[in-house]
Every structure is written in structure tokens, then in C-alpha cells.
Design a protein around this ligand. Structure first.
Ligand code: 13P
Length: 249
């Protein structure tokens, strides 16, 4: 079965209320490309307002706590972001694994919390430049994946994987097409081992310097079911060509 491509923008720590106009703009452009699904993971402070103005773009969060409530100063739970209207939550982004020291076990617990609240968890994995140069990137990423995957009986559209080579994030560099193809195939195979045939329904996104110039080629690779886009998702002028490429793919 052909999966509709999914393009997710990750605004990271960018965006004030004055930037909501860009979400309206992106949503209107997304409406012209109905063959792609589009989501924007915005800062927590914008989730609710963004949800009210984006008719053609689903809104998501960039993280959540694994627990539902309790003494965790400064954190927000999956229930809280769901209440604000989030439909996706990114978990285990490499920036959080590095900056906040999140472990695979943390990521797994967060993914389970997200799925338990009927949102889609986007589980991020990816190798560092040293790991890529070691020649063991696939084994390293698949181990990270296996330790981060939620233990759930039913996927039901509520799980995505984002393969983001750390060295490609924000650098303008991307792996070659063969490297992307072999990593995404290895991820699919690991997902099938874990979840059986329902793993074919899981979107495997590529992330790391995806833009309007390279999206079409990346999205033509087998098992690249969409993209997780940082810098190029902040404005419709840069994001729309990626959405258009996904709609054509
Ligand atoms: P860039 O698209 O800016 O490289 O960021 C990728 C990313 O980290 C998305 O989560």
C-alpha cells in the first residue's frame, strides 16, 4: 500500500505569537497540495493558538514528559499538550538527547505516553558524524531504535520514526541517496521484527537539511515516507516546495 507522504515541520525554539501569521500562510499553501499530509511541531506556548488557525496543517509538540502529572517543575505532560490540541509529539530529538541527556529508555517512555493519549509519537534516531565515519552507522541506529521503540500492541497510525543523521541537522549536508536508502530499509526491517505486518503503516521520515532543492530526490527513495524539516519549515516560501515535492512523490 502506498503511504501518503507526511511532512512535519519542527520549529524548535523559534516562534512568538507574531509568527502565527506564518502558520496561516503555511496552512493555506498546504491546502493546495492535498496529496501530502503536513504537520507543524511548534513551541508549547503556540500549540493552542496555532491549532485554531491552521485548517490544513496538524499541530504538534516537540517533547513531553513521560508522566501524566506530578512534581516535575517546568515540564509538560502528553495529556497537557493533547488538551492544547497537539496531534503529534516529537520524542527523542537529538538536540534533547544531547542537551537534556535523554536516554533511549526516556524516549521509549515518552513515546508510550504520547500514544496512550491518542497522539502520534515521532521517535527520532540518528548517528553522529564519528559514528557514520566508523562504518557502523546502521548497527548503531538500529540499536538506538530498538531501545527507543514503544511496547504497544496496536500501532494504528500513532507512530512515526524520524531518521535524522546528527551531522546533517542544520549543516546543509545530507547523506548520499544510497546511504539514506539502506538506513531506511534497515529501519523498516527492524520495525517489522518488532511489530509484524502493521509496521508497513509506519511513516519513516528523513530529517536533516531537507529543503526544496533536495526533497524530491529524498522522497523518491523507498521507505522514505516523508520528512522532518527544521530551518526550511519556518516560512511558507521555503516549506511549500517541500510540501509540493511530497504531494507529487
Ligand atoms: P534542519 O532541517 O534545520 O536541518 O533540522 C532538521 C531537524 O532537526 C528537524 O527535526
Amino acid at each position: 500500500m502506498k503511504r501518503k507522504k507526511l511532512i512535519v515541520g519542527n520549529w524548535k525554539m523559534n516562534g512568538l505569537k507574531s509568527d502565527l501569521v506564518h502558520i496561516i500562510d503555511i496552512s493555506e499553501h498546504a491546502a493546495a497540495h492535498p496529496n501530502a499530509d503536513v504537520a507543524l511541531c511548534v513551541p508549547t506556548t503556540l500549540i493552542e493558538a496555532a491549532g485554531k488557525i491552521s485548517n490544513y496543517v496538524a499541530i504538534g509538540a516537540q517533547d513531553c514528559h513521560a508522566h501524566n502529572d506530578g512534581a516535575h517543575t517546568g515540564c509538560v505532560s502528553a495529556t497537557m499538550v493533547a488538551e492544547c490540541g497537539a496531534r503529534y509529539v516529537i520524542v527523542g530529538h537529538s538536540e534533547r538527547r544531547t542537551d537534556q541527556g535523554e536516554s533511549n529508555a526516556d524516549v521509549k517512555a515518552k513515546a508510550q505516553a504520547v500514544m496512550a493519549r491518542n497522539m502520534c509519537a515521532i521517535v527520532c534516531i540518528g548517528e553522529s558524524e564519528d559514528q557514520r565515519n566508523s562504518g557502523n552507522a546502521i548497527a548503531i541506529v538500529i540499536e538506538q531504535l530498538n531501545l527507543s521503540l514503544p511496547d504497544v500492541d496496536n500501532i494504528d497510525g500513532a507512530l512515526c520514526i524520524a531518521y535524522e543523521p546528527i551531522w546533517a541537522i542544520g549543516t546543509g549536508r545530507i547523506p548520499n541517496m544510497d546511504e539514506v536508502a539502506e538506513m531506511h530499509l534497515a529501519i523498516r526491517q527492524a520495525l517489522i521484527i518488532k511489530y509484524g505486518e502493521s509496521a508497513h503503516d509506519i511513516h519513516i521520515l528523513y530529517g536533516g537539511s531537507m529543503n526544496g532543492d533536495n526533497a524530491q530526490e529524498l522522497l523518491s527513495i523507498a521507505h522514505v515516507d516523508g520528512g522532518l524539516v527544521g530551518g526550511a519549515s519556518l516560512r511558507a516560501t521555503k516549506f511549500t516546495p517541500v510540501i509540493a515535492a511530497a504531494s507529487r512523490a
